[in-house]
Write a protein that binds this ligand. Structure first.
Ligand SMILES: Nc1ncnc2c1ncn2[C@@H]1O[C@H](COP(=O)(O)OP(=O)(O)OP(=O)(O)O)[C@@H](O)[C@H]1O
Ligand SMILES: [Mg+2]
Length: 478
């Protein structure tokens, strides 16, 4: 089993090919916008999340420390008041503490038996709070995080006089810390949104800068594709795209030059061809006239002389010989006549295309076992000599091809003049041929036909298929 090794490149990985198919389906504008936006959002959100968590940790720790220090302060200042049982001052102290520190949610003091001596709760003391933070009498302090109706609270208990005088309790709310974190998060997200907006504007501007020359190039390249080589694009900058524009301009200049040279060569070729065809026709006409006027006349007078000699000759044997010579001369005259006709029928010059074609068809049917159906529609006047010659030669070559290659017993020729155009269709139902195989085989018949039509700004199309006969269609403007 053969194994095919394709060269290993990154593009061969299925993931990358999927990715490229996906990425390639977006325009450059969308790609740049997407990348900028994704980066800004990723960076903004990432930094926000990180700063938020670091800040929270730091603030939490500070809150905890604050809770401890406030509680210790209250415990220190409350000692004397408890000892002299000055509950009013104790209450004042708690209220003062709360006023000085807005984060303090509550404060209270109990005696060594757990009886509340003073608190900041107003009418009622919340149930269960007392037991929420038990502290050992030999501990410095004890802090717990309580979940209350007012949010999370850092509750610190500090034993007074190693618990012999009682316990001071302080609750510090997390609310303001949370508000700070929320404000900072909001500001950072707002900054992210603003930077995103600036990023989108910058990316749009950048893509416009980058894609404008590329779109110019695309338009110009499409025009070149349509055959307009006069295109040139303005290089906007000295960067890679500018260099591409310059290379493109060089290319179109080269193409334009090549196209011009090609057009000049083509023009020269058709001029040359026209000269060749005209010269050939001239030469044929001259030879045909020579054959007719000189050779034909001589042969005719030779025949007349032979007849006279024949009539005067008394010897029957000689007379017979003279007669056969005369018949030979008559045959030669006929051949010369046919040759002249083939070369250039004087009828074409004297009586025009239709008469010449009728004459040709008549002679053709006499020469080959092929029946020609010649139909002429709407040709009243003489046509320009160049058109008459071209159409005559095209039909002559087509009929000759039918006789030589088609193996057909019938041929039809339709000649029609309509709206200042002359058109001819020559058809047979013979063996046909394959155009692809025949073109470029060095034969000149079909090629010459087309050239003659195109020199007169006409068109010639050949339709043929093996076994399907052949149709030749030619149309020439007048
Ligand atoms: N009516 C036709 N029926 C069948 N085959 C044809 C017909 N006309 C042309 N062909 C095929 O096309 C080929 C090219 O024709 P073309 O007239 O160019 O050359 P040719 O007749 O072979 O030579 P010449 O250059 O002397 O005309 C022929 O050789 C023949 O195979
Ligand atoms: Mg031919």
């Amino acid at each position: 089993m053969p194994i095919h090794h394709s060269p290993f490149t990154i593009d061969n990985l299925p993931f990358f090919s999927h990715f490229w198919r996906f990425a390639g389906s977006f325009s450059v504008r969308t790609k740049i916008l997407g990348i900028v936006l994704a980066l800004v959002v990723l960076l903004g959100v990432g930094i926000t999340v990180q700063v938020r968590s670091v800040l929270r940790l730091a603030l939490e720790q500070r809150l905890q420390e604050q809770s401890t220090s406030v509680a210790r302060d209250v415990a220190a200042r409350a000692t004397d008041m408890i000892l002299i049982n000055d509950l009013f001052s104790l209450h004042q102290l708690l209220v003062e503490t709360q006023v000085n520190n807005p984060d303090v949610l509550y404060a209270f003091v109990t005696d060594n038996n757990g009886i509340i001596l003073a608190h900041t709760f107003g009418p009622g003391f919340p149930a269960g709070l007392l037991e929420a933070n038990p502290v050992a009498s030999n501990a410095h302090h004890h802090t717990v995080l309580l979940e209350t109706d007012e949010g999370l609270v850092w509750d610190t208990a500090v034993p007074i006089f190693e618990g012999k005088a009682g316990v001071a309790r302080i609750g510090l709310s997390e609310k303001s810390m949370r508000a700070t974190v929320a404000v900072l998060t909001g500001q950072m997200l707002l900054t992210t949104v603003l930077v995103s907006a600036v990023g989108i504007a910058a990316a749009t501007w950048l893509t416009w800068i980058v894609t404008r020359p590329i779109l110019d190039l695309k338009r110009a390249a499409e025009a070149v594709g349509r055959g307009d080589f006069q295109q040139s694009v303005t290089p906007w900058a000295n960067d890679e795209i500018g260099e591409l524009a310059q290379a493109f301009n060089l290319m179109t200049a080269g193409l334009s030059r090549a196209e011009q040279e090609r057009a000049e060569r083509e023009q020269m070729r058709s001029q040359l061809l026209e000269k060749v065809i005209t010269a050939q026709e001239e030469e044929r006409r001259r030879i045909a006239r020579e054959l007719h006027d000189e050779t034909g006349q001589s042969l005719t007078s030779l025949m007349v002389h032979l007849q006279m000699v024949n009539q005067q000759c008394p010897l029957p044997e000689t007379r017979e010989q003279l007669e056969s010579v005369r018949m030979l001369v008559a045959q030669t005259l006929e051949n010369v006549h046919n040759l002249a006709l083939e070369l250039r029928p004087s009828v074409l010059d004297d009586l025009g295309l239709v008469a010449a074609l009728r004459r040709y068809a008549h002679d053709y049917q006499a020469r080959y076992p092929i029946e020609v159906d010649l139909e002429v529609v709407g040709l009243a006047e003489r046509l320009p000599p160049a058109v008459e010659t071209a159409i005559y030669r095209i039909i002559q070559e087509s009929l000759t091809n039918i006789a030589r290659h088609a193996q057909s017993t019938t041929a039809s020729v339709l000649l029609e003049q309509r709206h200042n155009r002359i058109r001819a269709i020559i058809e047979d139902d013979g063996v046909g041929f394959d155009m692809e195989k025949v073109m470029g085989n060095g034969r000149l018949g079909l090629y010459g036909m087309r050239e003659r039509a195109e020199l007169l700004n006409g068109i010639l199309t050949i339709e043929s298929e093996p076994g399907q006969g052949t149709s030749i269609f030619v149309e020439v403007p007048l």
